[in-house]
Design a protein around this ligand. Structure first.
Ligand code: V07
Length: 259
């Protein structure tokens, strides 16, 4: 009852008990609030992004320690190009910094880097850093750290639909063979199989929107919104979001999947 009053559970909860058998396999996060965090401190927006990258490191290790299989982070959307040039340039430098300072820790924690999005449109140095992070963690078989970089869900769907239509035009696919599995395989999350779809989607900093992120894939995801701004998001906040997830009754349209 009054579940709508509980949206800040994740914000306010202190130590929480988690059921280790019901950790969400795929957690996706819209990392919002870096600019707001900086503004509140009279700092430039890029100071918020810098602190936000440190949070990425903390949360990657925390998620891996909890047993999460895939952590997808929305780092840069196809809309973010509209920001001031200096900010875009700084953002494009972050994968380079991230690679220089964090890849050894990723390897130590057996975390493999993946990227989804239109990375061919990124500056060459950014692409190089991303590809090196992927290559240097290739042998890791623990958690997958999946960055959504220059990603947009509608663009992803259009690309996928075009690929399917091309297969039909070439005579390699029958129209009625286009089912959920075929669409899953045509999307950028295909590389995350069998964890294509997030079990839990978190958005930080108070906005309650999806903003063109993983529209097909969140059909059955639990959505958790917290007022905590991304630079302030901590291992404790993550645990509180997962506790929120574990309190919910996931039915997938059926009557109950409760144990
Ligand atoms: C970015 C830091 C986190 C807060 C949200 C926006 C700013 C890590 C990466 C990254 C991406 C690919 C990769 C390695 C690291 C990143 C961008 C922005 C564009 F292979 N953080 N972070 N990329 N922010």
């Amino acid at each position: 009852m009054f579940a709508f009053l509980n949206k800040n559970n994740a914000t306010t909860a202190a130590a929480v008990e988690l059921d280790p058998k019901r950790i969400p396999a795929h957690v996706a996060i819209i990392m919002d609030g870096n600019g707001r965090w900086a503004k509140a401190r009279h700092l430039p927006r890029i100071a918020g992004h810098k602190e936000g990258m440190n949070t990425v490191k903390t949360i990657t290790i925390a998620a891996s320690d909890l047993g999460v299989k895939v952590l997808t982070l929305y780092a840069f959307s196809t809309e973010n190009w509209k920001r001031p040039k200096a900010e875009v340039n700084y953002l494009m430098q972050l994968p380079v910094n991230f690679f220089d300072t964090f890849v050894p820790d990723l390897v130590k924690n057996n975390v493999r880097v993946q990227v989804m999005g239109y990375t061919d449109q990124l500056p060459a140095a950014t692409q190089k850093a991303v590809n090196k992070a992927i290559a240097d963690t290739q042998a890791c078989d623990g958690m997958v750290l999946n960055f959504a970089l220059n990603y947009g869900s509608r663009a992803e769907m259009i690309t996928g639909i075009q690929a399917l239509a091309q297969q039909v035009a070439d005579g390699h696919l029958a129209v009625d063979a286009i089912d959920e599995t075929a669409v899953d395989q045509a999307l950028m999350t295909a590389q995350l199989a069998p964890y294509n779809d997030p079990d839990l989607l978190i958005r930080t900093s108070g906005e309650e929107r999806i903003s063109n992120f993983l529209l097909w894939q969140i059909a059955y995801s639990e959505l958790v919104f917290t007022d905590v701004k991304w630079p302030d998001f901590s291992a404790t906040t993550l645990q509180a979001c997962i506790a929120d997830f574990q309190r919910r009754d996931r039915r997938f349209g059926g009557l109950s999947d409760q144990k």
